[in-house]
Design a protein around this ligand. Structure first.
Ligand code: PEP
Length: 257
């Protein structure tokens, strides 16, 4: 299977703001950020604000190519699910993407691989692009279980989608030990995991789907390590937490070619 970076694998640079930024802070971010990325035509740009700041983000980016994402969604259309938001509600609010299966949701909210599959299906049915996250934790890597864990998360999660559904998702490899820790995976470690995931996709679906799938790397991506990561042809973009909160640092990451 070729790992060449074909034009169909357009880069995606996504920011996950987690539980940061009020509406006022969101507006201020975009006022500073938009001029800095005015020439960034080489990639898709996505920002996932907290739910309460989605409207402000959509309003500020309405004449731009930036896509706004939910950080989570429920798989049911509606119901007695206190605190949850449906994919239809995200679409109505102007979102085009949704993050699914982030390790913080797996860890703190008991999100399982099966829930990841259900949420991905629901997002696709609503017309959203799911950014499906998976990745091993520190102990799993240290004990040589990385591929076993990735394969398990893949098969039970996005691997359970149909061919047609899967061809519309984005995958994010996010080793848990690198998220918010300042310990970025080396470009080689990230590329090896992406290659492994692409092989899983080929086995489950087809070589064509595997070659077209965009896999983002996430885990302590910063302006000073983005060049090395993006030099790896296997990496089709990034999912950035902390460094996406500051306009200049996220712009430096987005503008990396
Ligand atoms: C994330 O939240 O998906 C993430 C990768 O965070 P950070 O960049 O802060 O490690």
């Amino acid at each position: 299977m070729s790992d060449s970076h074909t034009p169909s694998r357009r880069r995606v640079m996504a920011g996950n703001w987690k539980m940061y930024k009020t509406q006022a802070e969101t507006r201020a971010f975009f006022e500073a950020f938009l001029p800095l990325i005015a020439d960034a035509d080489h990639c898709d740009i996505v920002i996932a604000p907290p739910f309460t700041s989605i409207a402000a983000a959509v309003e500020k980016t309405k004449d731009t190519k930036i896509g706004i994402a939910g950080q989570n969604s429920h798989w049911q259309k509606e119901g007695a699910f206190t605190g949850e938001v449906s994919t239809g509600m995200l679409v109505e609010s102007g979102c085009r993407y949704v993050i699914v299966g982030h390790s913080e949701r797996r860890q703190y909210n008991g999100e399982t691989d099966d829930i990841v599959a259900q949420k991905s299906r629901s997002a696709l049915a609503a017309g959203l692009i799911p950014i499906v996250c998976l990745g091993e934790n520190f102990t799993e890597r240290e004990t040589g279980r990385t591929e076993e864990v990735l394969s398990q998360q893949f098969i039970g999660g996005p691997g359970a989608l149909t061919h047609e559904e899967f061809s519309r998702i984005l995958l994010a490899y996010e080793p848990v030990w690198a998220i918010g820790t300042g310990r970025t995976a080396t470009p080689e470690i990230a590329a090896a995991a992406h290659q492994f995931l692409r092989r899983c996709v080929q086995d489950q679906f087809s070589a064509e789907i595997a070659a077209g799938l965009r896999i983002l790397y996430g885990g302590s991506v910063k302006p000073d390590n983005i060049q090395g990561l993006m030099a790896q042809r296997e990496l089709d973009g990034t999912l950035v937490g902390g460094a996406s909160l500051e306009p200049k640092s996220f712009a430096t990451i987005v503008n990396c070619k």
